[in-house]
Design a protein around this ligand. Structure first.
Ligand SMILES: Cc1cc2nc3c(=O)[nH]c(=O)nc-3n(C[C@H](O)[C@H](O)[C@H](O)COP(=O)(O)OP(=O)(O)OC[C@H]3O[C@@H](n4cnc5c(N)ncnc54)[C@H](O)[C@@H]3O)c2cc1C
Length: 451
């Protein structure tokens, strides 16, 4: 086979696509205009989790006094933002270096430049060394999404971060208003409050995490409030101005909030203007490329898509699976992507995770809910982390598992067990046969199923 495949974008969708296609024998060019690893490795999943881990360890260290004589801990930790940042940058550098090695080993040609379509079988790539033409049999568009600052926050020059630029700040603000109570906003509220920043979290919908299960939002709201985060829901920012060097945010109810800095965490947008997809017969909107087949990831005869640009699920692991499926299909296989069982995790305190249908999404179906609470779990009590629950939804008649939500320490790890069970089409009775080690928080799954 001398199949030429061009992959545009080296994020968690693009680089696994390139690797898969190369391993299947194709001649692969991977084009990236910024850094290998995309948003996920450079300004997303990995840096945010590195920062959250540092904040979590500081929280634990601050809690040590109660295990020490006279309630005095050996040292009282003062967070160093620059050291926390340095660790985060080192982790990112290690991972992006790993991708470069993987590409070299797989003989993928990596072009550092910005790609644009010339037609349905040719790309022009603008590199620092000049322009290059890349002809292809198949292209996989994996160009991701971008952070953006919506109006009226754009009226606050120098005072607003978006969900990419927040990673580059040189010092922590004293007060931070976070606009958007989705996963990114809630993770930053957790992080910043651990680091001593006074946080105001503003969400337009009546509750935090409007796209996730209500029970998860309740557990998180309680924890954030305990940390001193001021949560304002059901309010939108209607206007913004600078007052004495601070951001003044006027809310729908007429009240005004003041903050040193603002984080716009209201989602991401797709902008393919520079890629000129129209020259290859593609159309797009702010959510992504139009006409992507959600199972095969096929868009036109010569073009596939993967990752955020498909608009299917804006998560790294969903993009990775899509990249692999798109590459396999370019290479003549019949691979399919299933968007139904993509787990979703939020790395707050406690962690939150879900997979499949939530109770609200299952409304109208004849379902049974199986729920257990952390309060009765031995391991959770030994760790003073007993706020949370596991809820599993099954079809009432057949017992077939439909979905699960978890609020618990390491929920992001626990959800894999339930993802596997859902993917395998298991029933409650089948999952009840599984023995979980004791004492673990995973036992909550067995506890829930017993109800
Ligand atoms: C703060 C934050 C935290 C997050 N945390 C998580 C998390 O914990 N778990 C999770 O699953 N997801 C998380 N996400 C989402 C995750 O980062 C994205 O879903 C994922 O990065 C999408 O992967 P992708 O490959 O589709 O696109 P991207 O990662 O955006 O990569 C696309 C790449 O394409 C390149 N590109 C674009 N246009 C061109 C062009 N014309 N020519 C050449 N190159 C081009 C870009 O430079 C970019 O590197 C987070 C996102 C943010 C912002």
């Amino acid at each position: 086979m001398n199949l030429k495949i061009a992959v545009i974008g080296a994020g968690p969708a693009g680089y696994p696509a390139a690797l898969t296609a190369a391993r299947l024998g194709a001649t692969v060019t991977l084009i990236e205009k910024a850094q290998l690893g995309g948003v996920c490795l450079n300004v997303g999943c990995i840096p945010s989790k590195s920062l959250l881990d540092a904040a979590h360890r500081l929280d634990i260290a601050r809690d040590l006094a109660r295990f020490c004589e006279d309630n005095v801990a050996p040292t009282t930790p003062m967070a160093s933002w620059s050291k926390i940042q340095a660790r985060q940058q080192a982790v990112t550098a290690k991972l992006t270096g790993g991708i470069a090695t993987l590409m070299r080993q797989a003989k993928v040609t990596v072009l550092n430049g910005s790609a644009e379509f010339a037609d349905a079988h040719t790309l022009n790539v603008h590199t620092a060394q000049g322009d290059q033409t890349v002809p292809f049999d198949y292209a996989i568009v994996a160009t991701g999404t971008q952070a953006f600052v919506p109006a009226p926050l754009d009226k606050l020059p120098g005072l607003v971060y978006d969900n990419s630029t927040i990673f580059q700040i040189s010092e922590l603000p004293k007060t931070l208003a976070i606009i958007g109570g989705g996963a990114i906003g809630c993770e930053f509220a957790t992080l910043m409050s651990s680091l001593g920043v006074q946080v105001q979290l503003i969400e337009m919908q009546p509750r935090l995490l409007p796209n996730m299960d209500e029970g998860l939002a309740r557990v998180l709201t309680k924890n954030l409030q305990k940390r001193g985060v001021q949560i304002i829901t059901g309010q939108a920012v209607t206007s913004a101005s600078v007052q004495n060097g601070q951001a003044a945010l006027q809310l729908k109810d007429g009240s005004t909030l003041l903050a040193d800095k603002v984080l716009a965490a209201i989602g991401r947008t797709c902008d393919l203007t520079d890629l000129h997809p129209e020259r290859a017969g593609l159309t797009w909107n702010r959510k992504g490329l139009e006409g992507v087949n959600p199972q095969t990831l096929h868009v036109t005869d010569s073009i596939y898509a993967a990752g955020d640009v498909t608009g299917l699920t804006l998560l790294a692991h969903a993009g990775t699976r899509q990249g692999i499926v798109a590459a396999q299909n370019c290479c003549g296989q019949n691979a399919t992507y299933n968007n139904d069982f993509i787990p979703n995790a939020v790395y707050t305190d406690p962690e939150l995770a879900s997979v499949g249908l939530t109770k609200a999404q299952a409304k109208g179906l004849n379902v049974k809910s199986h729920k257990s609470f952390l309060l009765a779990n031995g391991r959770a009590l030994t760790q003073d982390q007993a706020d949370g629950f596991v809820e599993i939804i099954s079809e009432a008649d057949s017992g077939k598992l439909l979905g699960a939500v978890i609020a618990a320490p390491h929920a992001s790890e626990m959800i894999s067990t339930l993802t596997l069970a859902l993917q395998a089409g298991m029933t409650v009775a089948q999952l009840q046969q599984v023995v979980f080690p004791h004492p673990t928080i995973s036992e909550m799954i067995a506890e829930a199923l017993a109800k």
